[in-house]
Design a protein around this ligand. Structure first.
Ligand SMILES: N[C@@H](CCC(=O)N[C@@H](CS)C(=O)NCC(=O)O)C(=O)O
Length: 86
């Protein structure tokens, strides 16, 4: 993401952080603004051109819009519960 979970530096990144905090799940963040190599490498790895990028159990889940939609539909909560219980 851009910034950190304690200090998001972009509205989209902040939105994803707020959702994860609301869901009370453990998560870590990497600040791509501090690492240009990581910024480019992650875009190639996920085949996704923007940040934030949410990874669940090591798998790319989506960016801000996808995360918001999945939160609204309940799909995100379901997936996180499954992941944390497995
Ligand atoms: N619609 C995107 C919004 C995110 C977005 O547009 N991020 C831009 C501006 S913060 C970005 O990361 N651009 C590529 C870059 O800065 O390397 C989403 O759902 O995540």
């Amino acid at each position: 993401m851009k910034g950190t979970k304690d200090f998001p530096q972009c509205g989209f990144s902040n939105t994803v952080v707020q959702i994860l905090k609301l869901l009370n799940v453990p998560f870590e963040t990497l600040n791509i603004l501090e690492n240009e190599f990581l910024r480019q490498a992650l875009k190639e790895y996920s085949n996704w051109p923007t940040f934030p990028q949410l990874y669940i159990d090591g798998e790319f889940f989506g960016g801000c819009d996808i995360t918001v939609e999945a939160y609204k539909s309940g799909e995100l909560q379901e997936l996180l519960e499954k992941t944390m219980c497995s």
